[in-house]
Design a protein around this ligand. Structure first.
Ligand SMILES: C[S@@+](CC[C@H](N)C(=O)[O-])C[C@H]1O[C@@H](n2cnc3c(N)ncnc32)[C@H](O)[C@@H]1O
Length: 205
């Protein structure tokens, strides 16, 4: 596996605000909880075996793993330090939850065919990765392959009402839910700090 040099990873708690900082960037903040839970609850309506990319604070991971419908939930995380922070905060995670280490863009090729009912996709990626058309062209068919018929792919919410080009060509049926969000004043990664957020759910037919 390609080795990722560990950036500095810290959990910052300040005036009730919680931020997971990776390499100096806001990788995740706890105000996202309700959007994570809404995404998780939507995912869990579609089966019992789930997969997630990006542990972060573990908000969505715990919500999925604790859903009564869930038989198994596997979370892939790039960094040891993120998993360690999660275990420090949650020393007794549910038995349905397994955490694996790896880079999604390599590990997706190893997922067995039609093995999962849903994937929640929430890695924090650099802009050059988002723009890499060839990478997405190679990767998304692997996601579709791993989903069972009737399964769903749910990426993290968008604060723009646009379908993401990285995913749309690979699915015919897409459902979008609009939610309200209120970020911290210090949040740097949303367009504005309050408004509408869109959860997109892509169906494998
Ligand atoms: C936004 S956070 C996930 C937040 C999570 N949904 C929650 O509820 O707390 C993104 C996570 O994805 C991880 N990540 C980034 N790139 C990744 C990759 N290529 N493969 C696996 N995990 C990745 C980061 O280390 C980080 O822990």
């Amino acid at each position: 596996m390609e080795k990722h040099p560990a950036p500095e990873i810290t959990l910052i708690e300040n005036n009730g605000e919680v931020t997971l900082s990776i390499g100096g960037e806001q990788a995740m903040q706890a105000w996202e909880r309700d959007l994570m839970w809404a995404s998780a609850d939507l995912l869990c309506q579609h089966g019992q075996d789930f997969y997630e990319v990006g542990l972060g604070l573990g908000l969505s991971a715990l919500r999925i793993a604790e859903n009564p419908a869930t038989r198994s939930h596997t979370v892939l995380e790039l960094f040891d330090e993120v998993e360690q922070l999660f275990h420090d905060e949650h020393p007794d995670p549910p038995a349905t939850l397994s955490i694996e280490r790896g880079d999604f863009f390599q590990r997706v090729f190893e997922l067995p065919d039609e093995s999962i009912d849903g994937m929640f996709f929430d890695p924090a990626l650099d802009m050059d990765v988002w723009k890499d058309e060839e990478l997405w062209r190679r990767t998304m068919p692997e996601v579709v392959r791993a989903l069972r018929p009737g399964g769903v792919f749910i990426p993290f919410f968008s604060t723009k009402p646009e379908l993401r080009w990285q995913y749309t060509p690979h699915f015919r049926v897409i459902r979008v839910e609009r939610h309200q969000y209120k970020a911290y004043d210090s949040t740097e990664y949303t367009y504005g700090t309050s408004g509408d957020a869109y959860i997109q759910c892509f169906y494998k037919e």
